[in-house]
Design a protein around this ligand. Sequence first.
Ligand code: NDP
Length: 249
Amino acid sequence: MRLANKTALITGGNSGIGLATARLFVKEGAKVTITGRNQATLEAAAKELGPNAFAVVADATDVAATDAAIKRGVEKFGKLDIVFANAGIPGNTPIGSTTLAAFESVIRTNITSVFFTVQSAAPYLNDGASIILNGSVISVLGNPGYAAYAASKAGVRAMARVMASELSPRSIRVNVVSPGAARTPIWNGAAPTPEAFAALDKRISRSIPLGRLGEADEIAKTVLFLASDDASNVQSAEIFVDGGSTGSP
Ligand code: NDP
């Protein structure tokens, strides 16, 4: 039980990497508050996770809603030791067809909301707590179409370093997990047909040294490491879980 007596907040805990992490955290003894926008999937996740999970509908881009969700989680479980700021949206449009609204939506969800989640959680966090932010390989790979998304995730990395220096005096660790392409619902809609999706999967897999997409569980295991005392001296780090994508020339 690597997270016995720990309590955690996971934004976007009703799907993909967030849900896989919630499952692992609960298995390791934590009590977990999960947030998201979709009430049905949140309720389904909470039912599956059992009594040590608490689901609160909260749009991460709404600072007051996030603030209230964190407060409710603390009221329910008594304290807060771990924050996984994970909620995020994709964004893949070429420069010419990216609207201001689409650009701002990616930035607001993937970086602004991450900042305000940490700001809202910080007063409740115990000394020695762990904050993990979800980044992405896209912040360093420069894939076409991902300008806003790449900027948001590079911003997450930069912001984590500042947060780590501000929170180090309280022994609070702030680190980034940066997944490569991983099989989660974020890819729903990335291709118009199942055949086109299979072709996309094949193309992406070929570009990854290990030759395949990652799985949400594999990222969750790294989040668990960063959340646990096993990472007690890991501060301001970014761990890529990407099958070697960022290591290849
Ligand atoms: P999913 O689409 O499965 O999960 C995204 C989660 O974010 C959902 O739970 C969703 O909840 C939540 N979310 C999105 N917008 C908001 C919002 N405004 N307020 C609250 N919750 C929100 O995708 P992943 O699990 O793959 O994505 C999780 C993170 O991992 C993201 O930050 C993503 O950028 C990052 N990532 C993913 C990669 C991949 O290939 N899968 C690669 C690199 C990074 P709801 O549906 O209720 O809104």
